[in-house]
Design a protein around this ligand. Structure first.
Ligand SMILES: [Zn+2]
Length: 389
């Protein structure tokens, strides 16, 4: 048994009263939380907080670090990924994704929502130090190929399911890649698949995505044409992408909307009204890398929606660190307190990935992992994160 205390303790939700002591079992389970000081408690400088949850990552793209230049915009970025994705051999890819996995651990991440187009990350899940919700992406904009595209994703999903068996820390679902890469029919296959109760989608990451749905014009047309995809059958809806594809998803699904860089207040109100359980995942450093623009985070905050945090991949980020994402938000929006930001990086992420029974908060019976964070908010000193159990 260990007794832990610190200058400040954040329980995933709020700051706890000064002097609080956390009692933790040898297995990392929170046994008690006492608001009285204890002489023999281990004292930690700085902050104690639950382990971070990275809601959106692509570990299988880790070998693409520094391959794509910054600030190209999403459409050129999307053209470059497939062009270079396979410039690397299996050993290089493996070394890069394992190094990225270790980086996540070093940065205090205890759970990841990991996007997969292949079954390459099975070896990372087998390491069992991080909880995984693997989101197997279905991609295909041609209606006639919808079943074929779904079956392809299902085959990959089944590879991950086989691995899960008796591993409660490993989960998987089939999800749509993005509004401009999934046909209405493929959306229907995904949303009715029994294993896809948690749906994650890249949402409104570029203005071209909304433009395509509103009027079938702009950069997405060029992207699809360049890939040889015939989009003649697609009828513009006159509405934003979210307000269009939202109709093809079941209202009962748990939805994680990733990026939201070009999401309006009307879109937020639509999602609140349409879906019972929506989570808004921000990846600010990737947004700055690709589009050099941040989402309207004040809008999300004022609408009182669930905000959580992801890093996206090393193809569009210099590091895989939830804290680095929070620091970027704090710089752009100093009005957000660390109490709120730490909640987004811990509790809200665990809720988005449906892992909040064990992770995300320092609460009796949970095993959230405990981090020590030093120098937070001190611009003169480097912020340090260390997992202490
Ligand atoms: Zn992504």
């Amino acid at each position: 048994m260990r007794f832990l205390t610190a200058d400040k303790i954040h329980d995933g939700n709020n700051w706890l009263p000064y002097g609080t002591v956390i009692e933790v079992s040898d297995k990392g389970e929170i046994v008690s939380i006492k608001n009285v000081s204890q002489k023999d408690a281990e004292y930690f400088e700085g902050i104690l907080a639950p382990g971070f949850v990275n809601v959106h990552c692509h570990l299988e793209l880790s070998h693409m670090k520094d391959v794509i230049p910054e600030h190209t915009g999403l459409i050129p970025f999307l053209r470059t990924i497939p062009a270079h994705r396979n410039d690397f051999n299996a050993e290089q890819k493996k070394a890069a994704r394992h190094a990225a996995y270790e980086e996540l651990i070093r940065n205090g991440v205890v759970a990841v929502g990991d996007i997969a187009n292949t079954s390459e990350t099975i070896d990372l899940r087998a390491r069992k130090q991080i909880h995984f919700q693997t989101f197997v992406e279905a991609i295909g904009f041609t209606e006639a190929n919808a079943l074929k595209c779904f079956d392809f994703a299902l085959h990959t999903h089944n590879e991950y399911s086989k691995q899960q068996l008796d591993q409660p820390i490993l989960k998987q679902s089939i999800v749509p890649h993005a509004p401009y890469s999934v046909s209405a029919k493929l959306f229907a296959y995904i949303s009715t698949h029994i294993g896809s109760n948690v749906i994650s989608i890249h949402n409104q990451e570029s203005k071209e995505e909304n433009e395509f749905y509103e009027s079938r014009q702009g950069g997405v047309c060029e992207l699809l044409a360049g890939l040889g995809i015939n989009y003649n059958e697609f009828m513009p809806t006159g509405k934003s992408s979210l307000q269009s594809y939202g109709e093809w998803l079941l209202p009962a699904c748990s939805l994680i909307l990733v990026h939201n860089t070009f999401t309006s207040r009307e879109d937020v109100l639509y999602a609140k009204n349409r879906f019972a359980d929506t989570h808004w995942c921000l990846c600010p450093n990737a947004n700055l890398y690709i589009e050099n623009k941040l989402p309207d985070i004040c809008l999300l905050y004022n609408e009182n929606v669930n905000v959580c945090i992801g890093t996206d991949s090393l193809a569009s980020n210099h590091q895989l660190s939830i804290l680095a994402e929070l620091v970027t938000i704090k710089k752009a929006y100093p009005e957000f307190s660390w109490e709120i930001l730490l909640k987004w990086g811990t509790k809200n992420g665990a809720e988005a990935l449906k892992m909040n029974e064990t992770l995300g908060t320092i609460a009796i019976g949970k095993t959230p992992g405990i981090l020590q964070i030093k120098n937070l908010g001190n611009s003169n000193l480097e912020t340090i994160v260390k997992r202490i159990l």
